[in-house]
Ligand binder design. Sequence first.
Ligand code: TRP
Length: 335
Amino acid sequence: MTTNAKKGRIFSGMRPSGRLHLGNHIGALQNWVNLQQEYECIYCAVDIHALTDSASKDATSQIKPNIYEMVLDWLAAGVDPEKSIIFVQSHVREVVILHGILSMFTPMGWLMRVPTFKEKLRQLDATEHTVSYGLVGYPVLMTADIILYKADTVPVGEDQLPHLELAREIVRRFNHLFGPTFPEPKAKLTTYPLVVGLDGQSKMSKSLDNHIELAASPDDTTKKVMKAVTDPNRKFLSDPGRPEVCNVFALHKYFNPDKVDQIHQQCTSASIGCVQDKQLLAKGINDKLNDLRERRQELASKKGLVEEILMDGAAKAQTIARETLGQVMERIGLA
Ligand code: TRP
């Protein structure tokens, strides 16, 4: 990996949720792939973070298989182990030590007022007394992820901005107390708008089952698309559709970019119906993902390949991590 010509160092992480879907691809993964041209990139499957919502043996036993499926999607989409470091968070244990050290310099007040934490309490119907210590410290671990590698740029979705703000505060405090050590990591927002699920109701997500997996077969893709909800006001073929409220239309923008204007016109003039429109979308998705899906199958057929890539990535990451941690220990006077 060459540092000199690149704009800076990127770190980003994804929680291992298993196979990725179209929303993950459009929203994050495609961006990860593109950033490799301009930045030195480090991409991490954050399995320790996954423990914050996996407090049972059944749930934790899913983490490793989920990493495998997710990393296959990364590789198939074009995250390239020749260009970037790809690794699993828990394979580089220095992060846990740095997390512990940073936790000593992070006031509870900062953590309790993170909006995502408050939101999580509401979701879980919990209080700060009932959730785990690890959940409160979630953004501290995320900070450790980023700064262990001295990354200066962090591609994230909007939902992660409060965490980045906290990372910057922790870095400022550390640098102030012990001398300039870490760059203040900047968020790099993904420019794509939210990808709505096939139900047309909310964000595409696995838990709502309104998604299409990248690895889905063309048949399954078509079946799912044909069941998608379109403009609810369009009951008859002769009713003009409203592309601006239709999630199928929103997906055409990614998968049929050259046909968007035509489809818009045909939908608003009721010259094509929703069934035909969805067939066009299914074809667009299947055509666009064909290469990715073939690569995925090929990668999956090579036994041990993913494991090898992740081991190699961990070794590279650890070289950087050891150096940073050594420096931290020295700065705080423990070395
Ligand atoms: N919190 C992020 C998410 O849920 C995942 C994550 C963990 C991450 N560590 C990170 C993202 C470091 C960027 C940088 O999506």
